[in-house]
Design a binder for this molecule. Sequence first.
Ligand code: AQP
Length: 330
Amino acid sequence: KKRIFSGVQPSGNLTIGNYLGAIKNWIPLQEEYECLYCVVDLHTLTVRQKPAELRQRSLNLLALYMACGLDPKKSILFLQSHVSAHSELAWILNCFTYMGELNRMTQFKDKSQRHGDNINAGLFTYPVLMAADILLYQADLVPIGQDQKQHLEITRDVADRFNNIYGDTFTIPEAFIPKIGAKIMSLQEPEKKMSKSDENENAFVLILDPQDAVMRKFKRAITDSDREIRYDEQNKPGVSNLISIYSSVTGKSISDIEKEFEGRSYGDLKETVGQSVVEMLNPIQQRFNEFSSDKEQLNLILKENAEKAAYMARKTLSKVQRKIGLLPRG
Ligand code: AQP
């Protein structure tokens, strides 16, 4: 069976961008592949976190994974920090990654602008930890949104470099990026991606936003001064984003949506898209309330799954350690 690895950071409440670009696409893969879906808590440390909140958000993200349809009986759902091999391999891979490669990462440039007071080394080497996450499990496919494509390319380059020196060690992973929904844009600045840490709350819709907040945010979404409802990312980014969201939520094609809204108003479009999102989120929110209240169960799932993941990770890590000349403990 081919293997899948992906993850989301518990760095805030998840947006419909995280859902449509990533998690939603993970669900059907569970049937065909061996899947590992991780709550990547170590990655959040690049930005200062409040300890109690981070703990709560990590557990809630597991509950949200399950509410979205990930099944701990089919997939390995676990916390990154519970498997120490992630950090161990990351150090080794740091020594196989060039500063020049990391310097080109657009996410580093973006995030160091947003967090100018805390441009730490972790923020810079983030893609190396991500490479370790993926390569440890010999993943074949990595379902991600468009913004992570550059990081996956570094992962492939580092794996390839290592394999060339030491012989076949890592599977070279492929990105799996959805055709629609891979880049959901901010509702307020549609040239920017929708991000859970945006300071403007109207820019994003959260998976757990109540119905009235969802509708309000869509009603306030930025469009343009024209009236035509058509898909044109360059000239009509706001309207195009609403069309993409609607397409991703309903499965309707862009051209069918353009026909559906011919001669109708922007107000109508916003109302319809908002409603479709509310309907999509309703069952997820109900299940989240159920799962998140049973902390004991969530902790048990984390414990069992960490053991499975650690076993798989250990195999790769031992192989790497042996190949590079680290002496086994015996
Ligand atoms: N706007 C988006 N559209 C489509 N996919 C998206 N993803 C994120 N934003 C969008 C995908 O969600 C997965 C998890 O992302 P993450 O939480 O690990 O990190 P991120 O990309 O940094 O997400 P955010 O929301 O922008 O978080 P902050 O604000 O904390 O930086 C990834 O597969 C990503 O592609």
